[in-house]
Design a protein around this ligand. Structure first.
Ligand code: DX5
Ligand code: ZN
Length: 216
């Protein structure tokens, strides 16, 4: 069964306590937290104060997805704010191997992310230094976009690379995950499904999480 990681970008920020309480009671094991700097992506989301507050309100795994330029500047601070998993974009980083090592040294799990247009071969030098690979299945920056179908080919390529390297990495998909594509994603070997809009815009988010959990 996949790990479900609801993306708090789609939560209600005026009722964050209520949404966190709902997720705490749900089958979701991870919280996905999207940090944007307005440079790497054309949007700005939230930062340390929000993550610290969420850390104080849950014991679930905090999965922090950094869509920021030169993320190594802030790795230590995100760890201190409560991140359990810290993911950096290969496109945003001058030395991804050093950044992944830096993340591991803080005690967090290290994730490497690529955008939809970045070829999966880009990951080859990083796969042995990561605990997780995150494939973006939409252009990063906004929730509620549709899933890019070409992601399935990238998943197949990534799975082959993982097998070649005998790498011990989890695979996460982020963007446009819904009740229609979740089965195929899990069958293709996805370990962690991120979902924002599908969960938070549904009439019964807890039931939707359960349905995603049973995908595959
Ligand atoms: C997009 C973010 C995603 C986003 C996913 O840049 O990385 O995590 O919240 O939202 P949905 O599931 O609505 O596509
Ligand atoms: Zn994300």
């Amino acid at each position: 069964m996949p790990i479900i990681a609801p993306s708090l970008l789609s939560a209600n920020f005026l009722n964050l306590e209520r949404d966190v309480a709902m997720l705490n009671q749900s089958e979701a094991e991870w919280f996905h937290l999207d940090v944007m700097d307005g440079l790497f992506v054309p949007n700005i989301s939230f930062g340390f104060p929000i993550i610290e507050k969420i850390r104080g309100a849950t014991s679930k795994i905090l999965d922090v997805h950094l869509m920021i330029v030169d993320p190594e500047r802030y790795i230590e601070r995100f760890r201190k704010a409560g991140a359990d998993v810290i993911s950096i974009h290969a496109e945003a980083c001058k030395n991804p191997v050093a950044a992944l090592q830096m993340i591991r040294e803080t005690g967090a799990m290290a994730g490497i992310v690529i955008n939809p247009e970045t070829p999966v071969e880009t990951l080859e030098p990083y796969i042995d230094h990561a605990d997780m690979v995150l494939l973006m299945s939409v252009h990063p920056g906004f929730g509620g976009q549709s899933f890019i179908a070409a992601t399935f080919d990238k998943i197949a390529g990534l799975k082959a690379m993982i097998a070649r390297h005998q790498a011990n990495v989890l695979v996460e998909v982020d963007g446009g995950v819904d009740l229609q594509n979740a089965d195929r994603l899990v069958t293709a070997g996805i370990d962690i499904l991120v979902a924002g809009n599908t969960i938070f815009a549904s009439p019964d988010p807890t039931a939707t999480i359960l349905r995603l959990k049973r995908a595959g």
